[in-house]
Design a binder for this molecule. Sequence first.
Ligand code: SAH
Length: 218
Amino acid sequence: MDAHATLMQEIDAEMLATAGWTGRPHLAPRVRAALLTVRRAAFVPTALRAEAYANHALRIGHGQTISQPFIVALMTELLDPAPDHVMLEVGTGTGYQAAVLGALVRRVYSVEVIPALSAQAATALAHEAVGNVSLRVGDGASGWPEHAPYDGIIVTAAGPTVPPALVTQLRPGGRMVTPLGEPFSDQMLTLIVKDAGGSVSRRDILPVAFVPLVTGEP
Ligand code: SAH
């Protein structure tokens, strides 16, 4: 079995092991297929390609990391992506998570605060022929209002609270997955659901460790 298929088995096992926390023992078949289709190796720095299918986070430069594959899988699963969805990502990083979502939904808008990372992500997405992901450089805490509302919002860096603009830009019935907490400690992956009437509920999913969501324009 190749490294990518082995990784998928590890993700399956970790989904099962954490189901008491997450309520999701299995990945939806579409989500699992997307994770098998998108080549993580094409998004990680060249020097780390040999580790692309190891189930841990990797350094991507500029003090940032690409999340552990299991966490990418879990966050994607919690969004319940559907083919007609439009989603927003805060924290493009390598573009890998955006590519996974791109395989599952109609269109992905992704905001990154570090221009060099956004440029590298654009190159990788083009190389992998991902045509439905749009990138922008800026502070993702303001979202991307021009394309709102979103069926799903994924935040891949941790802040102490949910930026209010993101809640505003979530469609009624939409789902947001975000780590919440202080930098590098005591963070909780959190699922936020906006109901049809616009009321918001939140649920703690799993303790996690993400890089900080920086505030303010670059
Ligand atoms: N989803 C990425 C991993 C992202 S790591 C991937 O698949 O590779 C978190 C990213 O969030 C980093 O690239 C960091 O620069 C970015 N970030 C931090 N604060 C941000 C903000 N306020 N707005 C947009 N991006 C931000």
